[in-house]
Design a protein around this ligand. Sequence first.
Ligand code: HEC
Length: 419
Amino acid sequence: MHLIAWLAAFWSSVTGVTFSHDVAPILYRNCASCHRTGGVAPFSLIAYEDAAKRAALIATVTAKHYMPPWLPSEPRFQHERKLTIEEIATLAKWAEEGAPQGDAALTPPAPRFPEGWQLGKPDVVAEMRAPFAVPADGPDIYQCFDIPAPEARSHYVRAIDISPGNPKVVHHAILFQDVTGTARKRDAGSGYPCFGTPGFLPARGLGGWTPGSLPFEPPADIPEQLDGGADLVLQVHYHPSGRPETSRTRVALYFTARKPTRHAADIPLGSNRIDIPPGERTYKVTDHFTIPVAVDVIAINPHAHYVCKEMYGYAVLPDGSRRTLIRISDWNFDWQQQYVYATPIRLPADTRVEMEFTYDNSEDNPRNPNHPPARVVWGPGSKDEMAGLHIEIAPAREADAQELADALWGKMIRTLRVR
Ligand code: HEC
């Protein structure tokens, strides 16, 4: 343990754990981005009284790693929402000791959340054509919104910031670009339902937003590209708040004149051969791809619906060793997002990347949409299943980009033949 952490632990073991000295800093750093007035969580955890009356529940949900919501157990990603063992122990001890306040004057100032764009003045701001009305209650809503092409010519994009609109109802938002014109046709003005995918191909992701997340900045030598004339499409997940609300999400784009020195590519692992009998607890879907050249793995985006339970993505290196690319032991569709590695993972040529998703179609899966369990097959609906693991990579040497593209093309053709 770090000396300072050790001293702090020693100090609180002598003085006891208090809200103002020990608990408030943990809650403000890890919980307040959602648990604040107007945030997406159902109550605030900023004032002492609000936290104290829930001390036991806070201890329980943090011990179970249910809060803060963060699905991957490994490896390390940017903007991770995770408590340390010491922090979990502090919250438990505080609850045990009756949630004492301590000296109120020592409470750190309440955290502030930036209202404006966090990276300064954007080159372009685009927004949903109209505010969307979210009813007071009912099921969560997944809606896609077309934003007519903000730029006539192509640009390299160094950063993207998304401002959710009304944080009481926006759970997450994902930004795509559409060069096919499909979204424009489907959106008559107030969006169209899109539960899983946005309904067009290729659906090129441009980043996303979840509560407390920071603007998305790709590595400086691999900027994103916004195609001239491409529409932006926002997929927004709304969670009704108990009152009718409206929300209008906005997007800020920051361009760069710097040309990419490497080109990112996507390894689309996955399968549409899914047919899960009712009651089956360990149905597996697997896929793999051998990468012919050395690459850096930048980000990963797992996708499945409610019956999926475990996700494991890994790399088998030429020497036989394994590296975990993502491990999720209790998948929750409601908290899906793209994960960007804390530092890109370098994989040597001829590494095989693999995915293994496990589906629990039994009554024991609390998220099973069917009671009693029913046969589940591949499809885009909320009672269907999907299996996708998108691995975003860049060749270590740009000279290898064509060989990589050819190999990915070969994989796509093989997939089509199987279908
Ligand atoms: C990314 C947003 C987010 C963060 C960060 C977050 N929460 Fe939550 N929390 C929610 C939402 C949304 C709910 C209500 C829905 C649910 O239970 O999933 C919730 C529910 C809860 C509940 C009620 C659970 C129940 O069973 O009724 C507690 C207690 C809680 N959070 C504590 C915390 C604590 C403590 C932290 C920080 C260590 C934290 N949360 C961080 C979004 C968040």
